[in-house]
Design a protein around this ligand. Structure first.
Ligand code: M6R
Length: 605
């Protein structure tokens, strides 16, 4: 939530920061603003409600020659979407931008007698006022004291009016990466904004202070001693974060799936067997655990539900899936006999991170499945399986979902081997079938024109339902989430057998029902449930695997997947469900990549 960027160096700071904000805009797009030191060391502020484009337009009218500045794109938490609440916030000598939430802002307001003195409703302005109180000309000393006053999550970039050409930054839980290059010093919420300038970077360690000048980036520990950052190299390039001719990032990312799916699997196969020796995951761990807890949010949680449906019946141990924001408050039964699998594209989702910490405190070993290298979740886990999805920019998660499931399937297969559930031949056959899902996904992506036509019916309806049983139900959850988040059509996923316990009351003439029926052991029962909705006038879009016998009149539209074993149908189905949501959003003329009220990376609880 919120994108922040800072730059000091020889290049045009205003232009560079605005471009960086465009890259970071997927993190929040309610309002945006910049603060710049000009060549005479005067500070300038430009802020706009709305998207970064509005800020760019304002800046074009008021270009400022600058070599040092900070910029922010906001996802509103404290205070509405107004000009006053737009960052940067300035109090006295201090100007700052913030990503996160200061939880003790009430106490700080009282302790520092700030009532009636602030211009905005933001917790950030409270933080700026506190730092201003503490500042007596020593930035590092004041920031150290400031950190001791704060509760909550934050990444801050700070400028002091009397220290032109310097930017200070700190973080707690919220992400921040920094780099020094021949073109100057950079700091940003994530790598996408740095990639045009550098592939070497470091993750700012929590509670350490970074100081940027045009000539250097320095890191200080909490005692004020200079320390060395751990330099990482990005495996992504700038191309990966561009649309490359596609009208939207989401469509591009849907198309990338067969490729990134293989990129995630192939380096982890050794003679056709899954191999996690690079990740140092010991077979002993996989063999001895007596249960698995999968923890994640949103789409990542749905990936976990698919994995649960695969794992529990075959491994014969309990596998539970928890919404990360609920996990901590469930008083979960978890100890060192339980393996926790934490899933996150960004690796920064704060609820998931908090759940991970609790799992580890309880003695459970954590394997995380993460897309963003060096992210907090990755760094705090016992073991990390990186998905090689490349940057996912569209707010709606697509390729991250399929690569998460690919990694989970490989992990399952290794567990099945380690526990004697699968022989080597069986495991090789499993990974062979898994790899065959890449062309199956491609085949469904190529059916996009058909899907585009089908969507016309959904777009005309205020509601849509997704139904299925077993694994098909897990897919339905993801289909409904995708549709509602980018098309704003009310969509519900239902276990097909559960409909008749209430929800079937909502089925009337022409209500679209996307019915998924790919699990052969329960096909007859799912078909009966489809008949029930059809009998009540539903417009049925039925997804089945090639070769499934379907009675005439059961479906209004039939989507057929290439012949795929039941346990692997998720991959081609994911492409279909993503394209349904995508075209619904396009046909409604909505902002596909940046839907309202959302942000890519959810770093607030
Ligand atoms: O970065 P994460 O995978 O932890 O994000 C989890 C969810 O916020 C994310 O999947 C969200 O549900 C997507 N917008 C769904 O498309």
């Amino acid at each position: 939530m919120c994108g922040i960027i800072g730059y000091c160096g020889p290049l045009d700071a205003q232009g560079l920061i605005l471009e960086g904000l465009s890259q970071l805009e997927y993190r929040g797009y309610d309002s945006a603003g910049i603060a710049l030191f000009d060549e005479e060391s005067h500070m300038h502020f430009i802020k706009k409600v709305g998207k970064v484009a509005a800020l760019k337009e304002a800046c074009a009218k008021d270009p400022i020659l600058s070599h040092c500045g900070i910029g922010h794109t906001r996802w509103a938490t404290h205070g509405g979407v107004t000009g006053e609440n737009t960052h940067p916030h300035t109090v006295g000598n201090v100007t700052m931008i913030h990503n996160g939430i200061i939880e003790n802002y009430h106490a700080l307001t009282e302790n520092y007698h700030l009532q009636g003195k602030l211009k905005s409703q933001t917790d950030t302005e409270v933080a700026a006022a506190v730092l201003n109180e503490l500042y007596t000309g020593d930035p590092l000393g004041a920031i150290r004291e400031f950190l001791g006053c704060l509760e909550g999550s934050y990444s801050f970039c700070i400028m002091f009016e009397d220290r032109p050409g310097e930017i200070y930054a700190v973080r707690n839980m919220s992400p921040l990466v920094a780099a020094y290059t021949g073109s100057g010093a950079f700091i940003a919420s994530d790598l996408t904004a740095l990639l045009p300038y550098s592939r070497s970077y470091f993750v700012v360690p929590e509670q350490k202070i970074v100081k940027l000048t045009a000539y250097t980036v320095l890191l200080y520990d909490p005692d004020g001693r200079e320390c060395e950052p751990e330099i990482l190299t990005a495996s992504w390039n700038t191309n990966a974060a561009m649309k490359n001719g596609f009208p939207h990032f989401m469509l591009k990312e849907i198309h990338e799936q067969p490729e990134v799916f293989k990129n995630t699997i192939l380096p982890r196969l050794n003679k056709g067997l899954p191999d996690f020796s690079d990740e140092n995951i010991p077979d002993e761990l996989l063999k001895n655990v007596t249960g698995i807890r999968i923890i994640a949010c949103g789409t990542a949680m749905h990936a976990g539900m698919v994995a649960r449906a695969l794992m529990e019946p075959r491994l014969r141990i309990p596998v539970t899936v928890s919404v990360a924001s609920e996990f901590r408050y469930e008083e979960p039964l978890i100890d060192d006999s339980i393996l926790s699998i934490v899933i996150s594209q960004s690796g920064e989702t704060i609820d998931t991170l908090a759940a991970l910490r609790l799992a580890r405190e309880s003695g459970s070993k954590v394997i995380s499945i993460v897309n963003v290298k060096g992210s907090t979740i990755a760094r705090e886990s016992d073991y990390v399986i990186y998905t090689h999805g490349g940057p996912e920019i569209a707010v709606a998660s697509t390729k991250a979902y399929t690569v998460q499931i690919a990694a989970l399937y490989l992990l399952f297969c290794r567990m099945a081997l380690a526990r004697g559930v699968y022989s080597e031949e069986h495991a090789q056959s499993f990974t062979g079938s898994l790899l065959a899902c890449a062309p199956a996904m491609e085949a469904m992506i190529q059916k996009k024109t058909l899907i585009q036509e089908i969507v016309t019916h959904i777009v005309g309806s205020p509601d849509a339902f997704f139904i299925g049983r077993g694994m098909d139900y897990a897919f339905s959850l993801e289909g409904a989430l995708k549709l509602k988040e980018i098309s704003y059509i009310h969509a519900e996923a239902y276990a097909a057998g559960e409909l008749k316990h209430g929800t079937i009351a909502l089925i009337a003439d022409h209500v679209p029902v996307v019915a998924i029926a790919t699990q052969t052991n329960i096909l007859a029962k799912t078909i009966s449930n489809i008949r029930e909705v059809k009998a009540r006038g539903a417009y049925v879009i039925l997804i089945v695997t090639e070769g499934t016998r379907i009675d005439n009149g059961l479906a209004d539209v039939l989507i057929t997947l290439p012949a795929t074993e039941d346990k692997f149908t998720v991959f081609p189905i994911a492409a279909v469900l993503q394209l349904i949501a995508y075209y619904a959003s396009v046909q409604k003329g909505l902002d596909v990549d940046q839907p309202r009220n959302l942000a890519k990376s959810v770093t607030v609880e």
